[in-house]
Design a protein around this ligand. Structure first.
Ligand code: NAD
Ligand code: WQD
Length: 342
């Protein structure tokens, strides 16, 4: 697919920025759209430094259709990788309309413009959250989906259903839905990584902010689950492996018709305390923690069966928990305040 461009929405964000790096390495020409609501322009400057390439960037909102049309008019776009959206579970409960408007409305806007401009290749950031409470483990793509427990998750499920309907109506449309498990880690350079605004919702950013001294201690949400040590188990996947999953998906598009769904995870689950231990080893820092009540909506264990992605995309996560923690720590220790103040 080289020669033409791939539009990356949300390309200044955590997973998007890492994917842009891998796209350049793989010979794709990314063009980034991001409204910077949850990202800094600095992230793309660093992507340019890593890749030695200038990345065309548009500070634009998915809801601004003329701005989307202008990008498709300016560049010869052959595919879209769609990361942009809102992703904070708690905020989605408080502001469901914002989530439906941006995630669902933003995606339908984008799809309308793609079809108007004759662009039919689409890779979408979905989430293991669409599976809801696991009915069996490991979770395969045929696990029932849709019983989401929060509005964020429902937006992902609704978008998946829209894409399935649309790929029936639009025979040229080729869609890969990637259901991510728990992305963590950072690029080896330590120059890009996850930079949440405010108090982190997710485990790894919280642990790394404790290790770097920004927060006093971690709250571990429950120690009475039916797991190896009573704490919640998740399938953590290195963000660079995840990025490479998007390269595999882009390459797959030319061979498929309709809509394909793949889990992107490692297939191995680790408990909260196992993650804390691995992080302490990787960083050489103590991570003080206290056990508190369970967090509403959490499952005991969630991990993927990633074998379909290996079979059909030729993709397999290669980086283990130690490397995830080492890379996360390199980013956090080199950038204690994230992109804002080093
Ligand atoms: P992120 O917030 O770092 O990236 C999303 C980007 O989209 C941000 O840069 C933000 O500025 C941009 N954006 C938001 N609303 C926009 C709008 N209306 N118009 C244009 N740009 C907009 O998040 P991330 O962790 O990189 O996640 C990327 C995608 O992957 C999201 O769709 C998210 O739901 C999905 N996902 C993330 C995880 C995770 O744990 N990080 C897990 C599963 C799925
Ligand atoms: C992991 C484990 C917590 C924070 C969320 C979203 C999901 C997806 C990925 C986008 C759990 C425990 C956490 C803390 C803790 N995002 N924990 N103390 O809940 O698996 O998934 O992010 O699609 O939709 O729900 O990830 O990192 O929040 O939690 O003990 O301060 O760490 O209870 O067991 P989760 P997480």
């Amino acid at each position: 697919m080289s020669g033409k461009h791939v539009l990356v929405t949300g390309g200044a964000g955590y997973i998007g920025s890492h994917t842009v790096v891998e796209m350049v390495t793989a010979g794709f020409s990314p063009v980034v759209l991001d409204n910077l609501s949850n990202a800094c322009p600095e992230s793309l400057k660093r992507v340019e430094a890593i890749t030695g390439t200038t990345i065309p960037f548009y500070s634009a909102d998915l809801l601004d259709k003329p701005a989307l049309q202008a990008i498709f008019d300016k560049h010869d776009i052959e595919a879209v990788v769609h990361f942009a959206g809102l992703k904070a579970v708690g905020e989605s409960v408080a502001k469901p309309l914002s989530y439906y408007k941006v995630n669902v409305g933003g995606t339908t806007n984008l799809l309308e413009v793609m079809i108007e401009k004759g662009v039919y290749n689409f890779v979408f950031s979905s989430s293991a959250t669409v599976y809801g409470e696991p009915q069996f483990l490991p979770i395969t793509e045929s696990h029932p989906a849709g019983a989401c427990i929060n509005p964020y998750g429902r937006t992902k499920y609704v978008i998946e259903e829209i894409l399935k309907d649309l790929s029936i109506a639009e025979k040229n449309l080729r869609v890969v839905l990637l259901r991510y498990f728990n992305p963590i880690g950072a690029h080896k350079s330590g120059t890009i990584g996850e930079d949440p605004s405010g108090i982190p919702n997710n485990l790894l950013p919280y642990v790394s902010q404790v290790a770097v001294g920004r927060r006093p201690e971690l709250s571990v949400y429950g120690s009475d689950y039916d797991t190896v040590d009573g704490t919640g188990v998740r399938d953590y996947v290195h963000v660079v492996d995840l990025a490479l999953g998007h390269i595999a998906a882009l390459k797959k598009l030319k061979d498929i018709s309709g809509c394909k769904v793949y889990n992107l995870g490692t297939g191995t689950g680790y408990s909260v305390l196992q993650v804390v231990e691995a992080f302490e080893k990787a960083s050489g820092k103590k991570v003080p923690y206290k056990i508190v009540d369970r967090r509403a909506g959490d499952s005991a264990s969630v991990y993927a069966d990633p074998s379909l992605a290996e079979k059909e995309l030729g993709w397999k996560a290669e980086r283990g928990l130690t490397e995830m923690c080492e890379d996360c720590w390199r980013w956090q220790s080199q950038n204690p305040q994230g992109f804002k103040k080093d």
